[in-house]
Design a protein around this ligand. Structure first.
Ligand SMILES: Cc1cc2nc3c(=O)[nH]c(=O)nc-3n(C[C@H](O)[C@H](O)[C@H](O)COP(=O)(O)OP(=O)(O)OC[C@H]3O[C@@H](n4cnc5c(N)ncnc54)[C@H](O)[C@@H]3O)c2cc1C
Length: 491
């Protein structure tokens, strides 16, 4: 069985970042990345729908160590994929990847102080095993097998083409067709303006509205800085400016929700004109940041609606019909193509089965430590990004912390690090505080968080920066152990 100091699961944005941090901060450690698919890039390779793009700026979605150097701050999927792949190639991280290794199980043995990781390799799903001292999950947060699909009545009667954005058919011809996009999230607001460039008409059918905010696709400040300063310095300044601005906006939304709500709706009304029914189609019943805000570049969604090439219908589906959809209001929507932008199926730690000394780890009964480890599970960390800011901000900090932890264990001659719950009982909160459907549907697979550090999952870069980059490793909660004495079997 091949052994590595660290095994990383997943070669997406997080896994490639993990490779960089490991080889830079722990250069003596051996590591490999096990990737289920046969390419690098994860999300940015999987999703192929027209117009696929980021919905946060690339100065914070990019890595801390590699400047984003393209003009667009809200970038298209292929450019992001290219950035991840170039990073993997330029730093030689790609040489550490074992493709077509779908990891299924991981079992920790305290006497051996190692994980045994089982994966299915290649099309024949040959079982392979590796061992490692530390397991770093960078497998994203949703099910690659397929997206979420509600049970729509009468769907079997529909004669047109049904498409889910997670499995966009190559060469789907939508020119001149009538398309209905079901959904109001990031995917729907991305798809609608892009499809409308060619379709007869696009209807965005939503059960309830989402907050939609427009930002310039290009960041003039960042582009000016880049022209006048060294690339890394310009990147760092823009990154910090964007971090601070998004923290300020998030905090304002939590403290003054009515004010922020009014300001967002006012902006939408201005973009769509005074006669547009913003109250029905763009005024959510919840407060800003109770769910993720949708970002659109250069008002593209609003301009498309204004031009008449797309429209929004806020209603519920009574049933699919042969030609489209019948709504609860009685309205009929004819559609040659229906796109179900109904979201992701979340999957905690890629749905792997974990055992510690033969006992299965039941994550819903565990607490997350610093938002990346779990009580009573040794030497396991997971990269999980922010819900209210760019994913990579947290993943970079998680990687830094993991490297500090590994170096600390080397220095102290310890072989395992296990967060232990010492308080009689920690008051539990759900892992994520979002009210979005895709989060609520998955909360029962996830661990809990506590109300105070280190059990609290801060959705706050500044707090995490202090805790993860500078906080004490031996904090009284993390238990460090030397190798357990292996008992010889009795003669
Ligand atoms: C359409 C879309 C747009 C998004 N836009 C943004 C955005 O603008 N800003 C933002 O902050 N976030 C965004 N996100 C969230 C986004 O997923 C993250 O930003 C980021 O790409 C996640 O990177 P990751 O490497 O953690 O996960 P992924 O990109 O999901 O990569 C995980 C990798 O792990 C592999 N893997 C999974 N399970 C296993 C297994 N069992 N064995 C082996 N390999 C496995 C997968 O094949 C994949 O390659 C978006 C998500 C989606 C779906």
């Amino acid at each position: 069985m091949e052994h590595f100091d660290v095994l990383v699961v997943g070669a997406g944005l997080s896994g490639i970042g993990a490779g960089y941090h490991l080889q830079t901060n722990c250069p003596k450690k051996t590591y490999a990345i096990l990737e289920g698919r046969d390419v690098i890039g994860g999300t940015w390779d999987l999703f192929r729908y027209p117009g696929i793009r980021s919905d946060s700026d690339m100065y914070t979605l990019g890595y801390s160590f590699r400047p984003w150097s393209e003009a667009k701050a809200i970038a298209d999927g292929p450019s992001i994929l290219n950035y991840v792949r170039e990073t993997a190639r330029d730093y030689g991280i790609d040489k550490h990847i074992r493709f077509q290794h779908q990891v299924k199980r991981a079992s920790w043995s305290t006497p051996d102080a190692r994980w045994t990781v089982e994966a299915e390799r290649g099309p024949d799903r040959e079982l392979v095993r590796y061992t490692c001292n530390f397991l770093f999950m960078c497998a994203g947060y949703y099910d690659y097998a397929g997206g979420y699909m509600p049970e729509f009545p009468g769907i079997e009667t529909y004669a047109g083409q049904l498409v889910h954005p997670q499995k966009w058919p190559e060469n789907l011809d939508y020119a001149g067709k009538n398309v209905v996009v079901i959904g109001s999230g990031a995917t729907a607001v991305t798809l609608v303006p892009e499809l409308a460039k060619q379709t007869g008409h696009v209807t965005m059918l939503q059960r309830s509205p989402t907050y939609v905010v427009s930002r310039p696709a290009e960041d003039a400040f960042a582009n000016r800085l880049r022209r006048n300063l060294p690339a890394m310095l310009a990147y760092r300044i823009t990154r910090w400016r964007n971090v601070l601005m998004s923290m300020w906006f998030y905090n304002l939304s939590r403290k003054r929700p009515a004010r922020v709500k009014a300001a967002i709706i006012d902006m939408v009304q201005k973009a769509l004109g005074p006669d547009y029914d913003v109250a029905t189609h763009f005024t959510p019943s919840y407060n800003p940041w109770d769910q993720r805000l949708c970002l659109v570049p250069d008002s593209d969604l609003f301009d498309t609606i204004k031009s008449g090439r797309a429209s929004v219908v806020t209603d519920q589906i009574a049933t699919f019909t042969e030609n489209g959809l019948k709504l609860k209001s009685g309205q009929q929507l004819d559609a040659d193509i229906v796109v179900t932008a109904t979201g992701l199926k979340l999957l905690f730690l890629a749905g792997l089965e974990f055992t510690v000394d033969g006992e299965r780890v039941d994550f819903p009964k565990r607490f997350t430590y610093k938002g990346m480890m779990y009580n009573d599970v040794p030497n396991l960390a997971a990269s999980f990004g922010y819900t209210n800011a760019s994913w990579t901000l947290k993943c970079d900090l998680t990687c830094e912390y993991v490297c500090r932890l590994l170096n600390h264990m080397d220095k102290t001659g310890t072989v395992s690090a296990t967060p232990r719950v010492k308080e009689a009982e920690i008051e539990a909160d759900p892992f994520l505080s979002f009210s979005s459907g895709y989060v609520l549907r998955a909360l029962d697979q996830m661990p809990k968080q506590g109300k105070a550090a280190p059990w609290k999952l801060h959705q706050n870069y500044a707090l995490d920066l202090m805790g993860l980059r500078f906080g004490k490793l031996d904090d009284g909660v993390m238990e460090f152990a030397r190798k357990a004495r292996v008992l010889e079997p009795a003669e």
